[in-house]
Design a binder for this molecule. Structure first.
Ligand code: PHE
Length: 458
């Protein structure tokens, strides 16, 4: 056996619970607390939430099961595991590119993920320091603009995040990843509940409930559907190598269907509760729900500056955000680290530092972009864009959906049926899963994707 191969017991999660916790930690992140509330706001609320839930249930969960099955069979990094499945199915090894593509997507995502996590880290200290003042919008605006334009500060915060990630992942699967998520996830859930209860008491609970759960289909656009599907991939950490990698560490006897349902359930629950922790406050203070990516950095702090106990609550909010983001960052770097160990024979520590250094270098592109440095801004045939927006767009809207489509095609049509059925290990579940992964998921993803690139107009 090669060193670092997940065929060894030391590179398995120690229990079903540990796996679900780690995978939930990977799934719950900025996507739930930063992105979900603001895209819900931008897309009109309830109807968008409903479409998002449908996407999670009918596309996200089946694709997650496909990925975990590949990992569980292959017991290696995503590229190699996919090759193993292809070979065992009598198909060419080039199918492994699906796994590689995932690792690449994960790596690219991580390079800007660490920067935003760094903003969150900076905001913990700002909130604790009373920097939101009395919450005048102009003041809060300046705080955010000053941070995102201050390259050196951003490099500092980002470096801390990257270093933290490296130090945990370097310790290995059980001693590093598993221990970190076991400590961070319970605190994260607790903070989230405290914040939601506080928001319900201090904010406009009913307005938030109405906004999030009372669908008004006149507000839903086809673009909203595209965003909902893309986000269901992003939030469940699909098509980014992670679920194949975590599946490779799956202990024997864990049901892929049940554990995937739990992971998706917790992930969705956190997103919905995060919405219910944010929107009551937004509505109480007559702020705009559709204010975009700045929602939690530029809108929410206005309320934190104005409300009773806002200094403490604001601090707890950003701690929660950073915990959530950090457990996802750990997952995002794991496949690259495991690959350096598996393929290049690195020690775990050397691999963690090497992968971390690469991420750190790439993160400079996003930092340069938010600082408005010309080197990170370029013209495309579609107009001007910057390094950060381009990466975000490329990963969330192109690489993840295409990766999901390929995974569905690979496990539904290319891989040996019995091999996958053995992994899923429940004939009834397999019968339900197969038509979804063969037909429903690829067709839905394709339609949405063609719509996105403007080839069709629904
Ligand atoms: N799922 C994580 C989140 O919601 C982010 C993520 C996306 C992680 C894609 C891995 C891959 O924040």
């Amino acid at each position: 056996m090669q060193q670092g191969s997940a065929s060894k017991d030391s590179t398995r999660w120690s229990s079903r619970f540990a796996y679900i916790l780690a995978a939930t930690g990977a799934a719950v992140g900025l996507g739930n607390i930063w992105k979900f509330p603001y895209i819900t706001g931008e897309n009109g609320g309830g109807a968008f939430v409903l479409v998002y839930l449908v996407c999670i249930l009918f596309i996200g969960i089946p694709v997650m099961m496909a990925e975990v099955s590949i990992g569980k069979f292959g017991r290696h990094t995503p590229g190699k595991s996919t090759v193993e499945v292809a070979k065992a199915s009598g198909k060419p090894a080039f199918w492994g590119f699906i796994g590689w593509m995932g690792v690449l997507s994960g790596y690219l995502i991580l390079s800007f993920y660490v920067v935003i996590t760094g903003w969150g880290l900076a905001y913990i200290f700002k909130a604790a320091d009373g920097a939101f003042g009395n919450g005048t919008p102009a003041h809060i605006q300046t705080l955010f603009a000053d941070l995102t334009a201050n390259g050196w500060a951003l490099v500092g915060w980002t470096s801390l995040v990257v270093l933290g990630t490296v130090l945990v992942v370097g310790k290995g699967v059980k001693a590093g990843l598993e221990r970190a998520v076991s400590a961070l996830m319970p605190i994260l859930f607790l903070l989230l509940i405290i914040l939601a209860v506080y928001a319900a008491i201090e904010g406009d609970f009913w307005a938030a409930l109405h906004f999030m759960f009372d669908p008004d289909f006149s507000k839903l656009t086809i673009n909203g559907v595209v965003v909902a599907l893309g986000h269901s991939f992003f939030t469940l950490s699909l098509a980014s190598g992670i679920m194949i990698m975590y599946g490779a560490y799956l202990p024997e006897g864990v049901s892929i269907a049940k554990s995937s349902l739990w992971i998706a359930f917790f992930d969705t629950l956190v997103a919905l509760i995060a919405g219910m922790a944010i929107y009551p406050i937004v509505f109480e203070h007559h702020l705009a729900p559709g204010s975009g990516p700045g929602l939690i950095f530029q809108t929410l702090p206005i309320a934190f500056g104005q409300m009773p106990g806002g200094q403490l609550v604001g601090t707890l909010f950003f701690i929660m955000l950073v915990f959530a983001a950090f457990t996802s960052a750990l997952a995002l770097i794991e496949s690259s680290v495991a690959w350096l160990v598996e393929k290049r024979g690195f020690s775990r520590w050397a691999a963690a530092f090497t992968a971390g250094f690469g991420i750190w270098l790439l993160s400079l592109g996003t930092i340069a972009a938010t600082c408005g440095l010309p080197i990170a801004i370029f013209n495309t045939p579609w107009g001007q864009t910057n390094f950060f927006d381009a990466l975000d767009y490329l990963t969330a809207n192109i690489l993840l959906p295409i990766g999901g489509l390929l995974l569905a095609v690979f496990t539904g049509w290319i891989a040996n049926k019995k091999l996958i059925a053995d992994m899923i290990d429940s004939p009834a579940v397999f019968r339900l899963w197969q038509p979804i992964i063969k037909f429903l998921a690829p067709i839905a993803i394709l339609l949405v994707f063609l719509q996105l690139v403007g080839i069709i107009h629904l």
